[in-house]
Design a protein around this ligand. Structure first.
Ligand code: NAP
Length: 536
């Protein structure tokens, strides 16, 4: 027998977004030979692709940036409490420059397939251009919301005007002046787009299928004094994010909605509605996301706000969700979104009442009439969480396909590993704690780095999750999801996407326990020397 060939790289990372960039930094520190393959022409992932008008953070900027480098924290100034996409993309580039990351990133390189060979043992990664590379460790940093989906509607190509999905927005600015514009979709992305372009377009038609609850963002500039305070208090900010349920600076109120008087509850909602960020969602009473009656109190409060803000009563009623409670889908934050519907040049079309039948050369034909447009914007979301995995042909031991293995929903160990896929490590894959995502990313990258360092030290060539380990984690994730109102509602968080074949049944795709509990479990595995894994 000949000697085992040395793989091209110690590790290949798929994706140069926030996860991939930080993972590269960490593995390089260990002296490993690493290559990142990135489909885009530059770093940034989500912030590279989502250039749509009005794209910005919903997490406080200073709680979002990387925390691993004190120097970086001091060098970077966030200009707003919730930074816009151009600034965040600049930040990603600043990080890439500062740590000289690009020399190990191959851009315009979309991964098509990754096949494990037990004999070497190594992964072989093939790009769309046909080239392929081998590695010991394969790390997926492909993001939970990175495979955009278009409506499954007749005549999608028939439209002769310009059309864009928000996550494939052109790099050049789009001129909306005087244009007749359609937006399909009213999730977090649609809401940001609509409120931003409504003042620029000639006429805007919003096609809404399901109304979503939204609450004010209350963004603002960060002045010099606040900037200095933020920089001085980064250790406290990140310590707080480590303690909270979902790694945001907001944390659940220890009280239940009915433990206070009606007046106190109303005053609390009023206060939260007037405060910045996600407080009204995840800094609210501890039972609003698990108890329908408690949830009804906040839903009723926000519905009254919508009625106050939207002048036309019939339009207001259309904007109030009727099929799910406040916060049971990921809450979009808005800036004068509701007021947009008071403008004469904005029209709301409820496509549950008058469904879209097809696209035409001139625009959109509903069951009611044909609307003519110059531009159609698809804010129709993503094949979330497992979608980006489905697009790559991952094959584990004996050629088993990941897509087949996850046919009825993902099965993972800690959200990081999969049985029969040795040495494949997932960042922000299914069953991990997402929340304020860079905080979760930093933890997962550090955990993965710790595991790789352990393997290198012990000269291990093969790390694999056991069937028992996968079953117990998957069962645990499913049990945690029970009783959460969000798991009883159709959304990307429950794996639903009407535009994708086979994604019409709800699954438990996310870990819905607390981030501290997630970290405690992962820390325990590491502290015990990863004995729960099959090590070879
Ligand atoms: P989304 O929440 O999945 O919303 C997609 C929208 O498109 C929904 O209103 C959906 O209606 C509609 N839609 C989909 N297919 C349709 C069809 N065939 N016909 C008509 N309408 C259709 O996607 P998103 O708004 O892109 O947001 C996804 C996630 O990205 C967010 O929840 C958030 O986590 C993240 N995000 C974050 C930020 C931020 O941090 N600032 C900003 C934007 C997005 P239905 O509800 O009826 O399916």
């Amino acid at each position: 027998m000949g000697a085992t060939p040395i793989p091209d790289f110690d590790a290949i990372i798929i994706g140069a977004g926030l996860s991939g960039m930080y993972q590269l930094y960490r593995l390089r520190e260990q002296g490993l030979r690493v290559r990142v393959f990135e489909a885009g022409t530059n770093v940034g992932g989500t912030w590279y692709w989502n250039r749509y008008p009005g794209a910005r953070f919903d997490s406080e900027s200073y709680s979002y940036g990387y925390s691993f480098s004190k120097e970086l924290l001091q060098e970077w100034d966030w200009s707003e409490h919730f930074a816009g996409q151009p600034e965040t993309l600049r930040y990603c580039n600043f990080v890439a420059d500062k740590f000289d990351l690009r020399r190990d990133i191959q851009f315009e390189s979309r991964v098509k397939a990754a096949v494990y060979d037990d004999n070497s043992p190594s992964w072989s990664v093939t790009l769309e251009d046909g080239s392929s590379f081998t590695c010991r460790f394969l790390i997926t940093a492909i993001g939970p919301l990175s495979t955009p989906t278009l409506p499954r509607v007749e005549g999608l190509d028939a439209f002769k005007g310009a059309s864009f999905h928000t996550a494939r927005w052109p790099k050049e600015p789009v001129d909306f002046t005087g244009k007749r514009v359609a937006v399909i979709g009213t999730g977090a992305t649609g809401i940001q787009t609509i409120q931003t372009i409504a003042g620029q377009v000639g006429h805007l038609t919003v096609f809404q299928r399901t109304a979503n609850w939204a609450a004010p963002l209350h963004n603002g500039k960060i002045d010099a004094e606040t900037q200095a305070k933020i920089k001085a208090s980064y250790p406290e900010i990140f310590a707080r994010c480590r303690e909270t349920f979902a790694c945001f600076i907001h944390t659940t109120d220890p009280r239940g909605a009915f433990e206070v008087s009606d007046e106190e509850r109303e005053a609390n909602y009023e206060r939260l509605y007037g405060e910045r960020g996600f407080g009204i969602w995840i800094g609210n009473f501890n039972d609003i996301l698990i108890d329908k009656k408690a949830n009804a109190t906040i839903s009723d409060f926000v519905a009254r706000k919508i009625r106050q803000r939207v002048k036309n009563r019939a339009v207001a009623e259309k904007l109030i969700p009727g099929n799910h409670g406040f916060g049971t889908r990921r809450l979009p934050l808005e800036t004068f979104y509701y007021e947009v519907y008071n403008q004469d040049n904005v029209e709301l079309v409820d496509i549950k009442e008058t469904p879209i039948e097809r696209l035409t050369a001139k625009g959109i034909k509903t069951s009611d009439k044909e609307y003519e447009f110059d531009i159609i914007i698809y804010a129709t979301g993503f094949d979330a969480i497992t979608g980006s995995f489905d697009k790559i042909d991952f094959r584990g031991t004996g050629g088993v396909r990941l897509k087949d293995k996850w046919k009825t929903g993902p099965e993972t160990y800690l959200g990081i590993m999969v049985h029969e896929f040795p040495n494949m490590l997932m960042l922000m894959g299914p069953h991990t704690a997402l929340g304020n995502i860079p905080r979760s990313i930093e933890y997962s990258v550090d955990w993965v780095t710790g595991l790789i360092s352990f393997a290198t030290e012990k000269k291990l060539t093969r790390l694999e999750a056991t069937p028992d380990g996968v079953k117990s984690w998957t069962d645990h994730v499913r049990t945690l999801g029970e009783g959460m109102l969000s798991n009883e509602v159709d959304s990307w968080m429950t794996g639903i996407n009407s535009n994708v074949e086979g994604k019409q049944t709800r699954i438990v795709a996310r870990y819905s326990g607390s981030a501290p509990a997630y970290r405690a479990r992962c820390d325990e595995v590491a502290a015990k020397g990863y004995v729960e894994l099959r090590l070879g």
